[in-house]
Design a protein around this ligand. Sequence first.
Ligand SMILES: NC(=O)c1ccc[n+]([C@@H]2O[C@H](COP(=O)([O-])OP(=O)(O)OC[C@H]3O[C@@H](n4cnc5c(N)ncnc54)[C@H](OP(=O)(O)O)[C@@H]3O)[C@@H](O)[C@H]2O)c1
Length: 255
Amino acid sequence: MVGCGNMGASLLARWVDVPGMTYAAVDPVATFPDSRVKTFKSAADVQGGPYDLLVIAVKPQMIADVIPDYLKYVRPDAPALSIAAGVACERLETVVGSRPIIRVMPNLPASIGKGVSGVYFNDKTPDDAKTLARQMMQAAGSVVEVDKEDDLDKVTAIAGSGPGYVFEIARTYVEAAKELGFEESQARKLVLDTIAGTIELAASSSDDLADMRNAVTSKAGTTEAGLKALNGNGDLSRLLLEATQAAYKRAVELR
Ligand SMILES: NC(=O)c1ccc[n+]([C@@H]2O[C@H](COP(=O)([O-])OP(=O)(O)OC[C@H]3O[C@@H](n4cnc5c(N)ncnc54)[C@H](OP(=O)(O)O)[C@@H]3O)[C@@H](O)[C@H]2O)c1
């Protein structure tokens, strides 16, 4: 793994539990407190190999400068698994050469094994590499495979940026609870436990979300009054549509 910063270290913390895998991670500053991971400070320090998988977890703009120094440590046909946002296979191939390329778009809850990742395989990826990548990303949460590389930018707009939307929704919900008179810690508990419990319930069921909402909304009751204000004239629907479209547009611009 080249680059073991925020996202690299979060994934590695889950990947160490994938059976049969050991790792070498390179990062100028980060260390990784697990005996199954050998850590090195720079390309010049790396020992062992040739390695069977190259994980690219540096910032997108560093890839072309940094990654070539590591190619001598990996097998010529070793797959490259990149978590770099917006760096297409075509660009990655100019750096890592012709080999299997797996692009992954994880999101932040991967750090607690509850992420959701978009995964795209280039056409050179053999089945065993696909199986390994699926196992690794499932260790960090759930996986959505996409057949078109462009769809990874859509995954970014929905799931990659999603934790930001959810934090903001939760924050404003907590503010609203405080307006009703709750102190911060009570407001936070009421809101976060309501969101977490409701989402867990929804995830454990295959019922339609509108049906689940209707089941908790009695005629002329409190939930109906709240929902009328929240989305009675489509404001919330419009906002979420605009937010995800804006994020997708930006992901395409950053390609
Ligand atoms: N964070 C997220 O939520 C998220 C989500 C999806 C995808 N991603 C992708 O994940 C990648 C990493 O993002 P991040 O947020 O984890 O960034 P980050 O915390 O900055 O991690 C990148 C790490 O790479 C290190 N590095 C720099 N040069 C290196 C070299 N020559 N050899 C080895 N390591 C080197 C950096 O060290 P220095 O700090 O010392 O330069 C840093 O610790 C990006 O491509 C990003 O697009 C991130």
